[in-house]
Ligand binder design. Structure first.
Ligand SMILES: [Zn+2]
Length: 478
């Protein structure tokens, strides 16, 4: 039984879907005028773990991730939401491309990143630019219901008219009046009102006809429109980074519930910020990383995924290169273990005795930890404990074939949730195997082919394959 922390209630409660066996899940997607940074990717990894866990628990998941290709907002400066700056236009001018080329380019980079990170593809990736009509329809209803007002071709949400405003972020309108980092707009009644539709300045490339002006939608309205289009009026789970709680998700609730009169999302799943060296990531501090930067430092995307899941989604993940090194080691430990089990499975000369490993208890505890608000650090702790205990038995040759198979099946089932790609080709080559390979290379140089062949057999028996290149060799796990 899965229990999830719900930002809306502030409590950890039993997850129940609206429709039995089916989950409707929405995740705020990337803004495609730039690369996704590792903090964004961290949020998609956590949402993926949740989705995988739901699937392993027997649910069918309909998952929508939108593509924000109307680039009027950066996540860094949410307060600029209504300023009308077209970020895609800015990027297009800088890179001498059309806004469509920019959006397509960064959308493709996003898809590449999630593939590298083994993030399950969403059911659909609807684009904001293809759903402007649906946004206009919602705005019309909000105006009819007097929850919004129009002035000079601009439409704003009248926040005070929505009595439940602030229920997600626990902010009070009273507090928003002071100290809010909200941009002023001459046509707004209150600083905390937010834009639903804005009249386009002359140089704005992306603009659409509407009953109010030739303009473009505010940022928040796209998520209300696309979630309703694909998932209906009420979602089971809405996910995102904690930086989106206010104003973005609060505004999504005001728009959707204002329009339909029904609850928008039953569960709000928010992951905490990713910090770099205990500081907020920012371009000006020089600690702003994209996945490519991590790869350039010699780490694999899977090692980054390993780092992300090593920390609970509701605690801040502190990204450091030291942490990445540890994640590399941890992933190698798992890879080696799985590889050893696979090799042993093929080996018939193993023990038939059944030593006690309490595998059923481990299995139960692992899934119990995941059911408890996706406690990945606890589950991984249990996994490493099991690996150590098993390795001990392996070294004493006291694992039976049945146990090996059970261990492998336990791992495969658990990995369906944590989504690690175990690439045995990247497994660290043990020192002894490397020595054998060097000796073999020397034998070949001396034209002692008999000895070289004997050494090849020894290397293969250790579970590795050797390939001869011109003056060198390469080793890979087989
Ligand atoms: Zn959103």
């Amino acid at each position: 039984m899965l229990k999830l922390h719900n930002t809306l209630t502030g409590k950890k409660t039993k997850f129940e879907s609206i429709q039995k066996g089916k989950v409707k899940m929405y995740t705020c997607g990337p803004t495609v005028y730039d690369y996704a940074h590792i903090g964004n990717l961290c949020a998609y990894i956590h949402a993926d773990t949740l989705r995988r866990h739901l699937i392993v628990s027997g649910y069918e998941v309909l998952h929508i991730v939108n593509i924000t290709d109307v680039g009027h907002l950066t996540e860094d400066d949410l307060n600029q939401a209504d300023s009308g700056e077209d970020k895609i236009l800015k990027a297009a001018l800088k890179e001498h491309k059309t806004s469509e080329e920019i959006a397509n380019f960064y959308t493709e980079r996003f898809f590449e990143d999630i593939k590298k990170l083994n993030i399950t593809k969403a059911s659909y990736y609807p684009r904001a630019t293809a759903h402007v009509q649906q946004m206009i329809e919602i705005i019309k209803i909000l105006l009819q219901k007097n929850l919004a007002y129009e002035k000079n071709g601009n439409v704003f949400y009248d926040v005070e008219k929505f009595s439940e405003y602030g229920k997600l972020s626990k902010k009070k309108i009273e507090d928003l009046k002071h100290g809010a980092r909200l941009e002023k707009h001459p046509d707004k009644k209150h600083s905390y009102d937010f834009a639903l539709w804005l009249k386009a300045p002359k140089n704005h490339i992306l603009k659409w006809e509407s009953p109010w002006s030739l303009g473009y939608p505010g940022w928040h309205i796209e998520c209300s429109a696309m979630s309703m289009e694909y998932l209906g009026e009420t979602l089971d789970i809405h996910t995102g980074g904690e930086d989106h709680i206010f104003p973005h998700h609060e505004n999504e609730i005001a728009q959707s519930e204002g329009c339909t009169g029904k609850p928008f999302a039953n569960f709000w799943f928010h992951n905490r910020f990713l910090l770099v060296d205990s500081q907020k990531m920012s371009k000006s501090k020089g600690n702003f990383y994209i996945l490519e930067d991590v790869i350039k430092k010699g780490f694999t995307p899977m090692e980054f995924r390993m780092l992300v899941i090593s920390s609970h989604y509701r605690s801040s993940l502190n990204f450091t290169w030291r942490g990445m090194k540890q994640a590399k080691k941890n992933l190698q430990k798992i890879s080696r273990f799985v590889e050893t089990l696979n090799n042993l499975k093929e080996n018939n000369n193993i023990s038939s005795e059944n030593t006690d490993l309490s595998l059923d208890t481990y299995q139960k505890e692992l899934f119990k930890a995941m059911d408890d608000d996706l406690n990945t650090p606890k589950a991984l702790g249990l996994l490493f404990e099991l690996i150590s205990r098993s390795n001990e038995k392996i070294s004493k040759k006291s694992l039976s074939k049945a146990q090996i198979e059970k261990l492998l099946s336990l791992w495969n089932k658990f990995n369906k949730i944590i989504g690690l790609e175990i690439n045995t080709k990247n497994t660290e080559i043990p020192f002894e195997v490397l020595e054998l390979a060097k000796k073999r290379q020397a034998a070949r140089k001396d034209k002692d082919f008999k000895k070289a062949d004997e050494l090849r057999v020894l290397i293969e028996e250790s579970g590795f394959e050797i390939e001869d290149n011109k003056d060198d060799f390469s080793l890979s796990a087989n």
